[in-house]
Design a protein around this ligand. Structure first.
Ligand code: TNX
Length: 494
C-alpha cells in the first residue's frame, strides 16, 4: 500500500497552528497570488455599460477577446474590442523589463491600464483584473453589478518560471472537457504548466499509432490530445506529457506480451499497489517501443519537456535502472526534447522532488546538473486528505490541511537545495480515489491556489494570516463558477 512510502513521517497537520484570530489585510484587494508590489491609490473605477476594451497590437487581440467574452457573460454589456486606448486598455510594449510574464496594472477613476512586454504577461495581468472585480464577475449569466474596482497600482512578475499542476488521468480517466475545466481554473491562479500523467499500471491514455493496442476505450486520440494542448496554449499553459517508465507500466505489459522479459502478457490491473511492474531492460524491443512512443508524443508536444516518470521502479534492478535511464535520455535527446522525471531519475534536465523522506535524491539530481521542480508530498500533494474524515484521498504523506499545504518554501524545504537550483513548483493530483470533476475540485480547492502563490509570489510578500484572509474572498468566486471546494475551518470564508 502507499503507506509504505512514508510510515514514519510526522503528520504535517500536527504542526499546523490552530486558528488564531485573523488580522485580515483590510487595505488591499484579495489577490491570489499576492503581487510582487501593490499600492492602493485614490478613487475607484466603475465599468459602465458602454465601456470598451482597447488593444493596439494584433498580438494582444486574442487576450482582449477572451477578457471581453468573460466580462460580457456576467455584466451583459457589449464590451466591444477596439484598436485604440479605451476604458480598459491592454498594452504590449515589447519591452522585457518585467520578464516574459510580468505586467503592470493601474486602476484610476479614468480606467484600467494593463501593460506587459508580451501577450503572456497581459494574460497573467487579466487574471489579476478578474480578481479585482466583484466575485459576481465570474458568473456565467448577467448579474446586477455595480462593477467597481478600487484604485490600485500593481507591478508584478513571477518568482519561478515553472508553476505547474499535475493531473493523473491514468488511475481514473478524465475527458477533454474535464481537463479543460481543470486548466481554466488553474490558469486563473497564474499556473503555467499542466503535467499530464498519461500512463500507469492501470491504464494507457494516449493513442500511439505505431503501438495501437496500448490505449483502450478511455483514452485520448491524438486529435483529442492536440485539442488539450491548443486549449492550454491559449491560456499560456504548457503541457508536459508523462509516459511513466520503467515501472508503472503494467498497462503496456498487458497490451504487448513481447515487452515482458518472459514474453507473457500481464493481466490488466485495477488496484492501487505500486512498484510491481517493469519494462524489460535487456530486450531491444523495449527501446524500439520507447523510441516510437517518444517520437509520437514529442510530435504532439510544442513544449520543451518530455517526462518519462522513473518513480518507484521497485521491480527494476538498480543497475538495470541506470542502463534504462541512459538509453531513455538518448531517445529523448534524439527527438529534440528535454528529459524530465521524478527525483529517482536524478539525471535529465529536470527532476521532480516528491518524497519528503528522500531529500538525498533531490540533492543528487542537483549535483548531476538537473534543476528541480518542488512537489513535497506532505505539502504539495493535492491527493492527501485534509483531515482524517476527508471523504477522498490518501494519507501516506500525512494529513494536509490548507495551512500545511501553504506553509513551506521551495528554497528551504530540502537542505542544501536553494533558489538557484529550482525551476519551480508543482501540485500533483493523483487519482486512485478520485473519479469525478467534483472530487478533483474538492481536493484542489482551496489548496491549488496556495501552491500557485508559492510559485509566483516573493517569499517576503507571503504570510499565512494574510493568505487565509485573501483566500476567503475566493469562495464566492468558486461558487459563481460552480466549483466544488472544501470549506476548511482554517479559512474565515466570506
Ligand atoms: C506516489 S509520487 C506516486 C504515485 C501515487 C502517489 C499517491 C510518485 C512519483 N508516485 O504513483 O499515485 O504516490 O499519492
Amino acid at each position: 500500500m502507499p503507506h509504505r512510502r512514508l510510515a514514519a513521517l510526522m503528520t504535517a497537520s500536527a504542526l499546523a497552528t490552530s486558528c488564531a484570530p485573523s488580522s485580515p489585510e483590510s487595505d488591499g484587494p484579495a489577490l491570489v497570488p499576492v503581487p510582487a508590489s501593490l499600492r492602493v491609490t485614490e478613487g475607484s473605477f466603475t465599468l459602465a455599460s458602454d465601456a470598451r476594451i482597447g488593444v493596439r497590437s494584433a498580438e494582444g487581440a486574442p487576450v482582449a477577446e477572451e477578457l471581453a467574452r468573460l466580462l460580457r457573460r456576467s455584466t451583459g454589456y457589449a464590451l466591444p474590442v477596439v484598436r485604440e486606448p479605451a476604458e480598459i486598455t491592454l498594452e504590449i510594449s515589447g519591452d522585457q523589463e518585467l520578464g516574459r510574464e510580468g505586467y503592470t496594472l493601474d486602476v484610476t477613476p479614468d480606467g484600467v491600464r494593463l501593460a506587459a512586454g508580451t501577450a503572456e504577461g497581459v494574460f497573467r495581468g487579466v487574471q489579476t483584473l478578474r480578481q479585482l472585480l466583484p466575485a459576481a464577475i465570474e458568473s456565467p449569466a448577467p448579474q446586477p453589478g455595480p462593477w467597481t474596482i478600487g484604485g490600485v497600482s500593481i507591478e508584478d512578475r513571477p518568482r519561478f518560471s515553472y508553476r505547474g499542476v499535475m493531473l493523473d488521468v491514468a488511475r481514473h480517466f478524465f475527458t477533454v472537457e474535464q481537463v479543460k475545466r481543470y486548466i481554466d481554473l488553474a490558469a486563473s491562479y497564474k499556473v503555467n504548466v499542466l503535467h499530464l500523467h498519461l500512463t500507469d499500471d492501470q491504464g494507457w491514455r494516449i493513442e500511439i499509432r505505431s503501438w495501437p493496442e496500448l490505449a483502450g476505450d478511455d483514452s485520448y486520440t491524438q486529435d483529442d490530445y492536440r485539442e488539450i494542448v491548443r486549449y492550454a496554449a491559449e491560456r499560456f499553459v504548457t503541457v508536459v506529457p508523462e509516459i511513466d517508465t520503467p515501472g508503472h507500466t503494467n498497462a503496456a505489459l498487458a497490451a504487448y506480451a513481447e515487452l515482458n522479459c518472459d514474453g507473457v502478457a500481464r493481466e490488466p490491473y485495477e488496484g492501487t499497489e505500486v512498484g510491481f511492474s517493469s519494462l524489460c531492460v535487456d530486450k531491444e524491443v523495449t527501446y524500439r517501443f520507447l523510441d516510437d512512443v517518444v517520437r509520437e508524443v514529442a510530435a504532439l508536444t510544442p513544449g520543451p519537456y518530455l517526462n518519462l516518470g522513473g518513480d518507484e521502479a521497485h521491480s527494476t534492478d538498480p543497475e538495470d535502472y541506470e542502463k534504462f535511464v541512459a538509453r531513455a535520455q538518448q531517445i529523448v535527446d534524439t527527438h529534440g526534447k528535454r528529459l524530465m522525471g521524478w527525483a529517482e531519475i536524478t539525471s535529465g534536465s529536470v527532476a521532480q522532488h516528491w518524497n519528503p523522506r528522500e531529500p538525498d535524491r533531490a540533492r543528487a539530481a542537483v549535483a548531476r546538473g538537473a534543476k528541480l521542480v518542488m512537489s513535497p508530498a506532505d505539502h504539495a500533494y493535492l491527493d492527501m486528505k485534509y483531515t482524517d474524515s476527508t471523504e477522498y484521498g490518501l494519507d501516506w504523506a500525512g494529513l494536509v490541511e490548507v495551512s500545511d499545504s501553504y506553509g513551506w518554501d521551495p528554497a528551504t524545504v530540502v537542505e542544501g537545495v536553494g533558489e538557484q537550483d529550482i525551476l519551480g513548483v508543482e501540485a500533483p493530483l493523483w487519482t486512485e480515489t478520485l473519479a469525478t470533476s467534483g472530487a478533483l475540485e474538492f481536493m484542489a480547492y482551496p489548496r491549488l491556489p496556495g501552491i500557485a502563490e508559492i510559485g509566483w509570489s516573493p517569499a517576503a510578500a507571503r504570510s499565512w494570516e494574510g493568505y487565509r484572509a485573501r483566500l476567503a474572498a475566493h469562495g464566492p468566486r468558486w461558487s459563481a463558477r460552480s466549483v466544488t471546494f472544501y470549506r476548511s475551518p482554517e479559512i474565515p470564508w466570506n
